[in-house]
Design a protein around this ligand. Structure first.
Ligand code: ADP
Length: 619
């Protein structure tokens, strides 16, 4: 039977009139502006009181965007966040858009790490000759994708007329070449930054509805989160790789622990120190490997790490590595790792250096110095003895006690006496230098002797000043001491030695006609210090440059460019070091004041405590 074909709508009504109910059938219809719409149709019979069908109704619902959205987000939901590769995440978005239909081309651009360009990381349906043109877009490329990137706002074209102007020239050329008339460039925004751009095109003009626009924008923003995560992961990986490369390049052993002391990371040198063979080097990841690391970590590394976890920072943890052959001495620096502004300690780092060779050399140096000093002192003592005997004999021959008086009797014997005096002075100077060396060696070995007793600090200092004055009769040394004594528990000879060292420096640093002064006072308790004797040795010499002041108390240090102004020549660079250590031993402090052109004032203090605590009874 021939006739006109009936429409879906008629058919469904006929079925409903027959008593059938149809739910959510879908049909596609083109609307007035030419967009295909997906309609959901339901049909039902209308019955009278007796149940007879008297009419039928069709219900239509436009489910175009609902379906598109469901499809798009199902696709994204299944595939986003899987790869941890930013480019792959971007491609998921392009694939998802193409999958929803109605798209002529889809391209995704990822912002380059340096932020200076965008790279095409996924493309659908672009002709091969177009791809090189859009492979890398710079900030100046005249394209709506770049507009979206630069402005952070979506760009839409509904027809060629939207692509007028030189700033969109590339997009226009592509539209003409490929024939699309609608396009969208959607920026992917994460944490305020554009991480990429989604480019979609469709052939007819006005192809994208406002619902499409909302839909793809939402898809882009969901993808942005995944891309951002992948970027963060990539950055974290790169940072970790850089850190690995850096710490592995360090020749010292590096240990990094978490807040509970478990090792997270060690370098090759650390593994060498722990005796873990290179080929079996455990990875930082993996609990088994970490347990193995923890087990291998020696106590001499555990201890500084534990200190660091307590918030301490130090550079001086030194011990011998047990069972090492030849014995290995490790010096370890340690510091806590803090993350947030509250200073919460999240881990610790320790860096260990093998200082065995250094320590061995130091021991050799000290032994050598000790032997030299000792071997020099013996003949020197004899020499001084001979000089004194000779002087006594000369004086006896002349029958007088002074060179001047001797000269009156015999010019010959006077010249002899003068020579002996000079010899004695030089021999005494040599003796002092050797004494400095011996003190240094004893300090290093921790065997410098102290004979501490309850004594008057002022008296000990005055004594030392008189001796220096006697040794340098041509110089003026002003001494000022308080009336009352300053009793303290000290070694008077060592305190005298400190003053002698400071005075020798002051005398040789200033010109012969300039006086030096020694001032002793009492300083009340305060600022964390007990009541102290305070001693100032002042000269009018060149002063010590600020940058050298922290170093003058180091052994062998000499201030560059400071010349001896008068008296005997330069010393060994030991005097101030010994003086500092002696003062420190007395629980005092020592420092220097005055810069270039102001002269120098060396100051030290000695606590005025009289009781002899048991712990240091013998010094
Ligand atoms: P030295 O035996 O060489 O004098 P010291 O340890 O006593 O060694 O002093 C270290 C260095 O500090 C000296 O070489 C000198 O350069 C500098 N110095 C010490 N005292 C003074 C001072 N009063 N004025 C200027 N420079 C000084």
């Amino acid at each position: 039977m021939a006739g006109t074909p009936i429409s879906y709508e008629q058919l469904s009504l006929i079925r409903a009139l027959r008593g059938e109910t149809i739910r959510d059938d879908t049909i596609v219809r083109r609307d007035a502006v030419g967009h295909d719409r997906v309609l959901s149709v339901s049909s039902a019979p209308v019955r009278d009181g007796e149940g007879n069908v008297i009419a039928a109704v069709n219900f239509f619902r436009d489910v175009t965007s609902e379906q598109k959205a469901a499809k798009l987000f199902r696709y994204l939901g299944q595939r986003l966040g899987v790869s941890l590769d930013p480019a792959a995440e971007m491609r998921v978005l392009a694939d998802a858009c193409v999958d929803t239909g109605g798209i002529a081309t889809a391209g995704v651009f990822l912002r380059a790490l340096d932020g200076a360009s965008m790279e095409l990381v996924g493309a659908h349906h672009y002709p091969a000759d177009v791809l090189p043109l859009i492979q890398r877009l710079s900030a100046e490329t005249p394209s709506i994708a770049v507009d979206a990137w630069r402005s952070g706002r979506p760009q839409v074209m509904q027809g060629l007329e939207d692509l007028a102007g030189p700033e969109r020239a590339l997009s226009r050329a592509l539209a003409e070449r490929m024939g699309f008339r609608s396009a969208m460039a959607l920026p992917l925004l994460a944490r305020g930054h554009v991480v990429g751009v989604l480019m979609l095109s469709a052939n007819p003009p006005d192809a994208f509805t406002s619902e499409d626009f909302t839909l793809y924008k939402e898809a882009a923003s969901r993808t942005a989160v995944a891309v951002d995560n992948a970027l963060l992961y990539q950055t974290a990986n790169r940072t970790a790789a850089e850190l690995d490369a850096i710490i592995n390049a360090i020749a010292d052993g590096v240990w990094v622990s978490n807040s509970t002391g478990h090792l997270l990371r060690v370098n090759q040198a650390a593994m060498d120190l722990m005796g873990i063979p290179r080929e079996r080097a455990p990875e930082a990841e993996g609990t088994a490997a970490r347990d193995r690391l923890d087990a291998a970590c020696p106590p001499i590394i555990r201890a500084p790490l534990a200190r660091a976890l307590e918030g301490e920072t130090g550079t001086d943890y030194e011990e011998q590595l047990p069972d090492s052959s030849p014995t290995m001495q490790l010096r370890t620096s340690y510091a806590p790792i803090t993350h947030d502004p509250t200073g919460t300690i999240v881990g610790a780092v320790a860096v260990s250096r093998d200082v065995s060779r250094l320590r061995a050399l130091e021991r050799m140096r000290d032994d050598f110095l000790g032997i030299v000093a000792h071997e020099l002192r013996t003949p020197l003592t004899s020499l001084l003895g001979f000089i004194q005997v000779a002087r006594r004999k000369g004086i006896h021959v002349a029958g007088s006690h002074s060179a001047a008086a001797a000269q009156a009797e015999s010019p010959e014997s006077a010249r002899g006496e003068d020579l002996l005096i000079r010899m004695e002075r030089q021999a005494l100077r040599l003796n002092r230098l050797v004494g400095d060396l011996l003190d240094l060696v004893r300090l290093q070995k921790g065997v410098l002797e102290y004979r501490r007793t309850d004594a008057d600090v002022a008296g000990a200092i005055a004594e030392a000043v008189y001796e220096q004055q006697a040794a340098h009769p041509e110089r003026t040394i002003d001494l000022s001491v308080p009336q009352e004594p300053l009793p303290a528990y000290i070694d008077p000879d060592r305190i005298g030695q400190v003053v002698a060292n400071l005075l020798t420096n002051a005398l040789k640093s200033s010109r012969a006609e300039e006086s030096v002064s020694v001032e002793v006072g009492r300083s009340p308790a305060g600022g964390g210090h007990p009541e102290e004797a305070i001693v100032r040795v002042r000269d009018a010499g060149p002063g010590i440059p600020m940058e050298s002041q922290p170093h003058v108390f180091e052994q062998f240090y000499r201030v560059p460019g400071v010349d001896v102004q008068s008296g005997p020549g330069i010393g060994l660079g030991v005097g101030l070091y010994v003086a500092y250590e002696v003062v420190k031993h007395h629980d005092g402090r020592m420092w220097v004041e005055g810069g270039p052109g102001e002269g120098s004032t060396f100051i030290f203090t000695v606590p005025l405590t009289r009781e002899a605590p048991d712990a240091r009874a013998s010094g």
